[in-house]
Design a protein around this ligand. Structure first.
Ligand SMILES: Cc1cc2nc3c(=O)[nH]c(=O)nc-3n(C[C@H](O)[C@H](O)[C@H](O)COP(=O)(O)O)c2cc1C
Length: 233
């Protein structure tokens, strides 16, 4: 190759590299053309649901200010509460594949005004709490979750658990996927409701299943998510 050809090749390479620096790899890799792109309207994030979604972020430090029974009621209801009448009976606050409703929601109460410390099961139909274990189980839950301090600091922890068989009975192995998706929906509802009430949350998935199951005692539901809730510290 002549020196002239080499120089032209070098210039072309440098020009190509400069274009990549300016416009990034994205359009090149995805083969995007300007004329294929449609700009979307701005999202107004200063009110309503859009504001809640925009403002939500994980909170892992909490003050020791107790929560109220109003907080408990709103948070548990937003996870798995009864809402309007649907096709196959009362609908829940989050969607469920075939309305099989596999989720069970538990409360590990530490500092909730007027509510003795304990592990409770939320009954969505009657919208009440059934005491399962008496005492403060936050330290045990923290140990079960690799010592994550958010669980010890928070006045309460919501546990989203599930009886997978309720859904796999209709959908086979694929039903497992549906249950995990549903747990995510319930978790985000709780996140947003907490934020709406001026509280903070984080979803915690890193824990020892058996150790959390021990806190739930003989309950048949498997724990899927731990959600400490409190006033941001
Ligand atoms: C399924 C799942 C499991 C998670 N597990 C943990 C966890 O064990 N510990 C933790 O501190 N955060 C956990 N998170 C929170 C993520 O770290 C957090 O959402 C992520 O860093 C993004 O930050 P943001 O929530 O503020 O947007 C989990 C989130 C999800 C969705």
């Amino acid at each position: 190759m002549s020196i002239k050809s080499k120089s032209i090749l070098l210039i072309l390479l440098l020009a190509g590299f400069s274009l990549l620096l300016v416009y990034g790899w994205g359009p090149v890799l995805q083969g995007q053309n300007e004329e294929d792109l449609t700009e979307l309207p701005e999202v107004e994030t200063d009110e309503g649901l859009a504001e809640l979604i925009y403002q939500r972020r994980s909170i892992r430090n909490f003050t020791d200010e107790p929560l109220t029974q109003e907080d408990v009621a709103h948070l548990l209801w937003s996870g798995e509460g009864i809402t309007v009448d649907g096709v196959s009976g009362p609908t829940r606050s989050s969607p469920s594949a075939g309305a099989t409703d596999p989720l069970e929601v538990y409360l590990v109460a530490g500092e909730v005004s007027g509510l003795p410390a304990g592990v409770y099961r939320y009954d969505p139909v009657d919208h009440d709490l059934e005491l399962k274990q008496e005492g403060d189980y936050r330290a045990q839950i923290t140990d079960a979750a690799l010592g994550q301090a958010a669980l010890r600091e928070a006045p309460m922890v919501v546990i989203i658990a599930a009886e997978l068989a309720r859904t796999t009975a209709s959908y086979g192995v694929r039903g497992e996927r549906y249950v995990y998706i549903e747990a995510g929906h319930a978790g985000q509802n709780i996140n947003l409701m907490a934020h709406k009430r001026g509280l903070g949350t984080v979803l915690i998935g890193a824990f020892d299943d058996q150790e959390v199951q021990n806190v739930l005692s003989s309950e048949p539901a498997e724990p899927l998510l731990l959600i400490p809730v409190g006033h941001a510290g």
